[in-house]
Design a protein around this ligand. Structure first.
Ligand code: ADP
Ligand code: MG
Length: 693
């Protein structure tokens, strides 16, 4: 149950004065539906109204607050002309200008002969000073209130600053003064204000410097958010750890057979990560480990060895892929190896139906087959394992913390290994996975040829096509990536379909097309034709990004490379350079190239190290944009910006660890306050892991 002290913050925004159903809609689109969302909507700029000159000294193009005596009103004869009010001080004259004016209203707020305070932007028009639509008009008593720095908020269509500012001020008034959840020593050391004061300060910047995310108030708010995130993850983790696991100790007989059957030697990195995983599986505690490895670093084999370890211990193991294509590809890779070890393996996806599926389910149910490969279909209710002990989740870069938790319920005390293709910097690993054990594949399999990465403007498309033609004639295979298909709202994106048509004119039946809206079966057929058969040039949207392995492909053309993130480009590029042939990646960009896009492309040319690329990407774009936040499942932070608050995240992790180390159920002195924190950041789900909720 949410603590009562937070009730006002979790009321709908319509509960605020002046917020009706219509503005509520705009506010919801902009910030969110609840009062608390407005509190999190921090200013992005300021208007400084402290400049208060005499008229004679006033400089145009500045915001100023003036004390004026109201003179004559001049209503326009022609309605397209503005309404003017002449005003004075003892130094000079200024006119206030209003278009589409309501005379009644103006005579009321600007009564002739009275003194008024007026604030707005000064302009010079025809050699005379004027102010069009002042932001504020009021009696002299309001001078102090008006002559200050005003926050400016990000806006959306349908909402202007005034009503939004008013709603936010009302929201801030609803903010309670909660008990302090932070460690007192930390607060003192960092000179952080209390929560409510910090919130107030963040919304009342005293100048542009106060908008910096590094002010004590902003840092405190960011820290609160990160601590809530880390505490929630640590609670889930603690809960999982405290459940009994089982010791899965393999004897190596199956792994040895597979290693003997591999056409290559394991890299040192593969051996290292495999032994880390095996040690973790052999312990009593439940495993929750992340295997991070760049595209092509050879995670699949490591996963297989881990899975066979479980089988050697007499249990079953499953690997889940994010897409149908990948599940099938894993199956094709793993099946012959499993066979070499004499272990039964099944494929289960949403598309496998009927008798074959029944038989597969039966073999998994009785334990005849020890391994399963599939999509999330693996974890549907009808699927019953005889004794599932290890689940490997190949996430590539789609994360889903929740999915991961439901998964583990298929067996008893299931160990979980999550695999991801690198581009997750250390800091982001923390926000998505919390304090999870991490194994990293840092070395590429030997014999990989470096990829030649070149950058070209789209105007040179013709040359590119000719280059591709020469390579195809020499027997090469090429990918051609376009950003989107038929997204009419972004009409200038190169449509993959149109491009495929065009390339077909040149290359005929050797051209195939694969995109995200195709049916799985059709997609597979095209991929297969590209991997094995008649297709040599595959036009694709980013669906190929995820894990596809066609070693013969040695050319990658990426159109509108400037529209992709760094990590994404790195992933795409990783599709080539897998075979013996020398590979080329051509990044085609639309000029002029922006500064960030230029920096991004430069990094790609400089390095092939996914870990470094990931860190650079975070630095260049901020976590919010990294990998396209929404699809990626990264938690979105409202107050913390990992590009600048990264060091706070590590602190929050240690803090969370310490808290749960001494007070795992949050029943100690800081407990109630920390629960408020979890609810404040809507980590309600984590609270249920506490023994006394
Ligand atoms: P990823 O980490 O991207 O999932 P994969 O497991 O798909 O990488 O491996 C990429 C390719 O490298 C596969 O074709 C695989 O057979 C090959 N491979 C894996 N390990 C090695 C190795 N130690 N030496 C040579 N090739 C390897
Ligand atoms: Mg893979």
């Amino acid at each position: 149950m949410r603590p009562e002290i937070l009730f006002p913050l979790f009321a709908p925004v319509t509960s605020l004065p002046g917020v009706g159903p219509r503005s509520a809609k705009s506010i919801e689109a902009l910030a969110g539906p609840q009062v608390v969302d407005l509190c999190w909507h921090l200013p992005s700029g300021v208007i400084d109204r402290r400049y208060a000159p005499k008229i004679a000294e006033a400089e145009p193009d500045r915001v100023a607050t003036l004390i004026l005596r109201v003179g004559q009103h001049l209503a326009p004869r022609n309605p397209r002309q503005p309404y003017r009010v002449a005003c004075f001080d003892d130094s000079g004259e200024i006119s206030l200008v209003f278009f589409h004016a309501h005379a009644d209203y103006l005579t009321k707020v600007l009564p002739e002969g009275e003194t008024r305070v007026v604030s707005g932007r000064l302009e010079r028009f025809g050699g005379r000073l004027q102010m069009t639509h002042p932001d504020h008009i009021g009696p002299l008593e309001e001078l102090a209130r008006m002559k200050r720095v005003e926050p400016v908020y990000p806006l959306t269509g349908g909402l202007t600053l005034k009503p939004l500012g008013k709603a936010i001020r009302a929201a801030l008034e609803r903010a309670p003064e909660p008990p302090e959840w932070l460690d007192a020593a930390l607060v003192t050391r960092e000179r952080w204000p209390a929560w409510r004061a910090a919130l107030g300060a963040a919304h009342a910047p005293e100048g542009p410097e106060a908008l910096s995310p590094l002010t004590p108030a902003r840092r405190r708010l960011a820290y609160d958010e990160l601590l809530a995130n880390q505490l929630a993850l640590a609670l889930m983790r603690h809960h999982q750890r405290s459940q009994h696991g089982r010791a899965l100790r393999g004897d190596g007989r199956l792994c040895d057979k597979v290693i003997a059957a591999l056409p290559f030697e394991l890299t040192a990195s593969q051996r290292q990560t495999w032994s880390e995983i095996a040690a973790d599986m052999a312990s009593e505690a439940r495993m929750l480990r992340l295997l991070q490895g760049d595209v092509g670093s050879g995670k699949t084999v490591v996963a297989l060895l881990a899975m066979l370890g479980a089988v050697e211990a007499g249990a079953q193991a499953a690997i889940m892929a994010p897409t149908e294509i990948l599940a099938r590809q894993h199956f094709h890779t793993l099946a012959p190896l499993a066979q070499a070890a004499g272990v039964g393996i099944e494929l289960l996806t949403g598309r496998d139906k009927g008798k074959a599926r029944e038989a597969a389910l039966q073999r998994l149910g009785c334990g005849e087959s020890a391994l399963a490969v599939g999509t999330h279909a693996l974890f549907q209710q009808e699927v019953e394992f005889h004794d599932l002990a290890l689940v490997v989740i190949d996430e590539q870069h789609r994360f889903g913390v929740h999915q991961r938790l439901t998964l583990a319920s298929k067996g008893r005390a299931v160990d979980v290994l999550v695999m991801t293709a690198t581009p997750i910097p250390r800091t982001l690993v923390l926000t998505s996975y919390g304090d999870m054990e991490v194994s990293r594949l840092t070395e590429k399999p030997a014999g990989r040829q470096p990829i030649d990465t070149r950058v070209m403007p789209l105007e040179r498309l013709h040359d590119v096509i000719e280059g591709v033609a020469r390579a195809l004639d020499g027997g090469a295979k090429a990918y051609w990536v376009c950003p989107l298909v038929e997204e009419s709202e972004v009409s200038d994106l190169a449509a993959a379909e149109a491009r495929a048509e065009e390339l077909k004119q040149r290359f005929g039946a050797r051209v195939g097309l694969v995109h995200g809206r195709m049916k799985g079966k059709d997609k597979d057929a095209v991929m297969k034709a590209f991997a094995e058969g008649p297709l040599a040039l595959l036009v694709a949207t980013t669906v190929i990004e995820v894990g596809v392995d066609v070693p013969a492909a040695s050319i990658m053309v990426i159109e509108h490379a400037e529209r992709f993130g760094l990590a994404q480009l790195h992933q795409l590029r990783g599709r080539i350079g897998r075979g013996a042939a020398r590979s080329t990646c051509l990044l085609l960009y639309q000029s002029p190239l922006g500064e960030t896009a230029r920096a991004r492309i430069q990094i790609l040319r400089e390095t092939d190290d996914g870990f470094r690329i990931a860190e650079e990407d975070l630095r260049l774009r901020g976590a919010g944009e990294l990998l396209g936040t929404r699809q990626s499942g990264f938690p979105e932070f409202r107050l913390a910006d990992l590009a600048v608050h990264g060091e706070l995240l590590a602190l929050a992790r240690d803090d969370a660890r310490l808290i749960l180390g001494t007070d795992p159920d949050l029943t100690g002195p800081r407990g109630p306050a920390l629960r408020v924190l979890l609810y404040l950041f809507e980590r309600d789900a984590a609270v249920k892991y506490l023994r006394s909720g």
